[in-house]
Design a protein around this ligand. Sequence first.
Ligand code: B12
Length: 472
Amino acid sequence: MIDPIPARKDADITVRNSADFSTGSPVAVREPIAIEHIGAHLQKFGYDIKIIAQGSKTNEQLAQMATDYAPQIVGLSMHSTYLCSHTLDLAARIKTQLGSTPIVVGGYHPSGYFDLALDKNVDYIVIGEGEETMRQVLDMVARCENAKNVNGVAYLNGSEVMVNPPQPRLDFALLPWAMRDEEILRDSKCTPLAYPAPPGQVSAAQIAYSRGCPHLCGFCASPLIWGSKLSYREPKDVVDEILHLQEKFGTNFLFFNDLSFNVNKERANALCREMIKRVDGVSWFAYATIHGMDYETARMMRDAGCTRLGFGIESVLDPTLAKIKPKQHFEDIERVLRMTSNLGMLNRCYMLIGWPWESRETLDETAKRIKNLAMDQLRLSFVIPFPGTKFYEEQKHRIVVPFEEFSGDKPVMPSDHLNMEELKTAATGLFSSFYGSGEYNAHVDEKVRQRPHLKNSFEYFFDYLKKHGIVS
Ligand code: B12
């Protein structure tokens, strides 16, 4: 199974070739947790699995590696729509060499875009959570049966794309730990602002306590994979795995890819208690939601080793929030960021601009409001109508660029008031006005004065911002 994300070395970290440093996007490569989870499930059923992360290998080299392995089936992961043509190029090269060996694609993009099955080099699309569906596809291929009885699969039948009923969600607590690869882990970092700073991170591993999110925001692609059902592992099992990663790979940093670590307060606190009791020397990052983040949970997370939080605030304007995330209000954002920052955690905030109603006035108001937030890093993306989302159905008529541009680092549609160039310029302006502001620099100075251990992290971050021209 291959995670085809081309990457290269940039000083001390391995970065995605597609990464756009100017948006504060997560440039560093992470381990291909999706196929590592699927691989572990298939191993349980006796399958021999090879996991390949592209890194600096070309698609031709990847195709040769796949051919040398002579697999029964090839699995390709498509984390994001922008990877579409690159992954299909790889599929074509593999087909040239391996002929009839079936190629299966899965991930966020295929789960929202079934027309991918029209590509002659794609045999099956696995829709959503992939572990059990992939196992059933392997069994079906081994028995030379037809795909019509495999839930969660889409495939081409003549000229028609067949979409089978969904595969039921799995009980996450029953799945085995993800396969891990020492070399891939050694290269994995969480950048650019973290504690410890990237150079001090060892084998930064992705891990999850839960799968799914009940919020179903119209612009988010996660429901395509998980629906709205939440599924949890047992805290003891998560901590057992953390101690295993620490012992076997020396891991000192974790990236929780739970869509929201605090969506269920009791569950979050239960894991934090277990970590406080049994884990030492491991720091971690988690995505969190403003809604439902209270002092007790924030302090528990901090005491359990959480040093960076990722808040999907999306917007700081209540009229926009009322449309896209009605449970969240600006005053809550202000209060929660102040609280988590005062507890010493780093706040990374994901914001989306370029909504259909975006205007000079909304951007100016945004620039004014974010300066006074206890936000340590601004991660700005252009809102993208991702295939399969409600937002895509509503806005696809506006899109003026091909899928390759769907990374969020560039606008894909003009708004009612601003064209693409104006939106792009506005983003650059937002960054420099935020990081160049007296308020932000005073916030960082005070934070480092109170928490001297963060000095190194901010120095690394400012070097990064300067190196990539985000601040002068
Ligand atoms: C964690 C995460 C990341 C991490 C880690 C990525 C990684 N390689 O694992 C980081 C921060 C690096 C990241 C980066 C980006 N991400 Co991201 N990410 C997420 C997030 C928060 C969770 C993903 C997740 O659930 N992981 C857990 C694993 C287990 O689940 P999974 O990957 O879905 O895999 C399961 C299934 O999809 C399926 N499956 C997946 N691959 C395969 C392959 C086969 C063969 C099969 C059978 C099944 C299968 O089975 C798996 C197990 O059940 C989502 C969701 C969100 N709401 O924000 C966004 C999300 C997936 N990312 C998104 C985007 C756009 C990006 C970036 C392009 C942003 C940017 N400009 O930098 C980059 C691209 C990185 C890249 N890979 O090239 C979009 C993708 C939407 C789309 N249609 O394109 C999402 C949905 C966020 C959003 N905006 O809505 N991301």
